[in-house]
Design a protein. Structure first.
Length: 136
């Protein structure tokens, strides 16, 4: 165990693992997530900026949830979330489909399957609209 300062409130706490924030802040962020989730259920396709303003949450936090695959953008855009490997705009997570495949192939070269046709492309839309990703 390690004693560190909470990244959110600066308080010292016993750090075990995961995000470097204390339990109080974790709880607050969790409550905020539920608010944003409710908001998105009532306002599907709201933009990231709008969600941030109307729910008093930072764009950074929303992007964090998208990285964690708890939220998903309805269409990728260059000012939204980018693949950590190749920089291509993506809807959720850390990597684009191509890079995900590459990583997966690296792990399981032996189980390679022929490629299936890609999903049809969605209409271009530069606003970071989102919907709630219900994958529990
Ligand atoms: Zn804290
Ligand atoms: Zn990529």
């Amino acid at each position: 165990m390690e004693i560190i300062n909470c990244r959110e409130c600066g308080r010292l706490f016993n750090y075990l693992s995961g995000p470097r924030i204390c339990d109080d802040c974790k709880k607050k962020i969790e409550e905020k997530f539920q608010e944003v989730k409710d908001y998105l259920e009532k306002n599907p396709n709201a933009s990231v900026d709008k969600i941030a303003t109307e729910n008093d949450v930072t764009v950074k936090q929303i992007k964090q949830w998208i990285r964690e695959e708890r939220l998903i953008l309805s269409s990728p855009s260059p000012d939204g979330i980018l693949c950590e490997k190749c920089g291509k705009p993506i809807c959720t997570g850390k990597l684009c489909d191509d890079c995900k495949k590459e990583v997966a192939n690296g792990f399981q070269e032996a189980f390679k399957k022929p490629e299936v046709a890609a999903e049809p492309k969605r209409k271009k839309d530069n606003k970071n609209r989102m919907r709630f990703l219900d994958n529990k």
